[in-house]
Design a protein around this ligand. Structure first.
Ligand SMILES: *Cc1c(COP(=O)(O)O)cnc(C)c1O
Length: 335
């Protein structure tokens, strides 16, 4: 893609982001200082609190923007998706708000809590297959058979534009110097929306992707210069356990992402504690990726006095998992 094509792709996304009516359901979340982390790291750290959305993650933005942009005929036929997590809650809530019938295929192993979360929002939850790829396959078959529209969790321009509204808020909330925005990466919808908006308006702001070392599909794709599928992914950070970066997202990331870092599960647990210490709120493992990435970046580069933003992307963690997180956070602090 040449320069002109790149600029027009970004402009296309910026227009879609500015027009996305996400605030009928999503909220403008605070961009909040993290004083203890800032002191420890010698940089001003700001947290974009997407854990405070109605479904406890930013996914509601993309899901709502996708559903609201369907034709009347598509709305009448209903939507279908596959997800075990935050995207399912987003689609269920957006569909209820818009009066659209939603079917969500979840792996048979999905915790009852999450199945209940979907059903209580009025969507039909179908359990199918051992893990996500089987549920996805089934959802695609059902979409074909029923004429319902399949809603991807990340690989869709309307979803990417919905997620991009996070960046629009950040640039309005913080108009001074801004050095970098750290973004958690699963299938790449969030980082693509954020990068497109920021690189069009403030190209000097660095966009740094942060992946779990057990699902680093963007890093692998950038290295190979093509979308490779990872042979296996770890699911501790379940919100980002994706084997292949989305096609639409990769098109933007190829020229808009400055750097990608990977972090370990123990680094995620330590970051969950850091966020807790500064906000008294609990983050899910994927939600803490960006803070873990900032710590790694500052350790590696030794930068001081910069303003660094972390997207705190979600809070959907089972209460039972907290003991494990606390234990790992403690042992990595000692190490
Ligand atoms: C989905 C999700 C991500 C990653 O978003 P992508 O658009 O898939 O890259 C990060 N954090 C949380 C909490 C999520 O639910």
């Amino acid at each position: 893609m040449n320069n002109t094509a790149q600029q027009s792709l970004l402009e296309h996304y910026v227009k879609k982001i500015l027009a996305a009516p996400v605030y009928e359901l999503a909220v403008r979340t605070p961009l909040q200082p993290a004083p203890a982390l800032s002191l420890t790291l010698g940089n001003q750290i700001l947290l974009k609190r997407e854990d405070l959305q109605p479904t406890f993650s930013f996914k509601i933005r993309g899901a709502y923007n996708k559903l609201v942009n369907l034709s009347e005929e598509q709305k009448a036929r209903g939507v279908i998706t596959a997800s075990a997590g935050n995207h399912a809650q987003g689609v269920a809530l957006a569909a209820r708000e818009l009066g659209i019938e939603a079917t969500i295929v979840m792996p048979a192993t999905t915790p009852e809590l999450k199945v209940g979360g979907v059903r209580s929002r009025g969507a039909e939850a179908r359990l199918h297959g051992e893990s996500f790829p089987f549920a996805l396959e089934q959802a695609l078959v059902l979409a074909e058979q029923t004429g319902k529209t399949f809603v991807s969790p990340f690989d869709d321009p309307d979803v990417i534009a919905g997620q991009g509204t996070v960046a629009m808020e950040i640039l309005r909330q913080h108009q001074g110097a801004l050095d970098a925005i750290f973004v958690p990466v699963g299938g790449g919808g969030l980082i693509a929306g954020i990068a497109a908006y920021v690189k069009y308006l403030r190209p000097e702001v660095r966009i740094i992707g942060v992946e779990s070392e057990h699902s680093a599909c963007l890093q692998a794709a950038l290295q190979a210069d093509t979308r490779v599928a990872l042979p296996a992914v770890g699911t501790f950070a379940d919100g980002v356990a994706v084997a292949q970066i989305g096609e639409y997202g990769f098109e933007v990331c190829m020229f808009c992402v400055d750097e990608v870092l990977t972090v370990s599960n123990d680094e995620l647990c330590a970051a969950i504690k850091d966020i807790y210490d500064d906000t008294r709120s609990i983050t899910e493992p994927s939600g803490a990726l960006a803070v873990a990435g900032i710590k790694k970046y500052v350790g590696k580069t030794g930068v001081k006095g910069r303003t660094l933003v972390a997207i705190d992307s979600g809070a959907n963690i089972n209460f039972d998992s907290l003991r494990y997180v606390a234990e790992r956070a403690m042992s990595s602090a000692v190490a």
